[in-house]
Write a protein that binds this ligand. Sequence first.
Ligand code: G1P
Length: 296
Amino acid sequence: MDKYLDSSNEIKTVVFPVAGLGSRFLPVTKLVAKELLPILNKPLIEYAVSEAIKAGIERFIFISSPDKQSITNYFRKNNKLENELRDKNSEYLDIISNNVIPEENLIEVIQDKPMGLGHAIWCAKDYISGPFAVILPDDLVVSDVPCIKQMIDVYKKHKCNIVAIQEVDKNNISKYGVIDFLKNNQNIYHVRDMIEKPDQEKAPSNLAVIGRYILSPNIIKELSMLKTGFGGEIQLTDAIKNSIISENVIGYKFEGNRFDCGNVMGALEAQLSIAINNDKYKDQVIEIINKNLIKD
Ligand code: G1P
């Protein structure tokens, strides 16, 4: 029996929905998956995978599209390149071998039609039997303790569904799933309702759901009903909301900085911030910025 298909309550599996078209990054996404665009020398998806690995996750499910199989290939062994680098005694050999995910832990499921985030997660159904993590790679979180690890620690204590939350400006609230809560104890919010992308005036709070979730397998059952919601799509927010009758849901205000790399400016901000906080690049980046700010 697959060691992950048991009733163990440990979070060892993560789902990455990566089937989106990446329209905001056209024309580059005509050919290159948005998740493979670089933040410094690593593609965006690698930040998400590293975060999961640091949290003890061992099994990686990519919900992809027929045109985006380059994402899983990125994490496969590249024998030809490895041999070439080995022949040259190259220092880069380690870098390309370090990010390989073993074949038995790398799962790709093709989502044929873009039917929403909830549908993407439902596509993982054959591989889910216990609680699992979901990471939306567009939301890059920089933190001392990886965001999904913080959430796994909360899960160990509370054993329920957990969504990452962050305060956002009211003007931007309608871009997110938004929680309503009964009470909170520091950064733990007991959720009583959730709404996907509410109008600004109907938002129950300024606490937006960010792309990190710990979910029970019952969410898959909820998603199986394939009910459509906001934008005519099957929404993960709705499935979690519907689970509130039978399961607790916690909104966890995580520690760290989140960058919305789903748009060009957010990705640029992530680039700059990560470079400025990296000893290798810091001085050069500041020099480049200063040089460009000086007007003739
Ligand atoms: C998705 C979720 C939304 C969440 C957001 C976080 O929306 O549906 O609830 O707040 O991610 O980034 P998307 O950004 O895919 O439209």
